[in-house]
Ligand binder design. Sequence first.
Ligand SMILES: [Fe+2]
Length: 133
Amino acid sequence: MKYLRAQLVRVLTRFFGSDDRRIEHALRVLHHAEHIMGSHPGCDADVVIASALLHDVGIKVSEEKLGYNNGMTQEEYGPPVAGDLLGSIGFPPDKIEIVKNIIGNHHSPSRYDYPELAVLKEADQIVNRDEAA
Ligand SMILES: [Fe+2]
């Protein structure tokens, strides 16, 4: 999809507002995911980009609703929001379903064999490790 990164950065920034930490995290995960996908045959680049940039949107919803977030609540609240954001930029519905499944599974043992899910998990781990250091 043309200018997908730019469009998603726009919706992501609007969504997270002044929460620079979350925006920076998403950009770092995108950076690593785009490198890693070269060694995972069969990846759809648009699914990788969308999953990387939107994977943590559930954090904000979880914190608003529950006052906290964890892997489970991120997986619960993230997919519907990601689906709405992707729909707003005309992302193809069949790929929206895949991205939602990926975001809903990125903190637990994989229930899908999407190569893009493996890429997201790997990229997120690298960034989380870096951020913890
Ligand atoms: Fe993350």
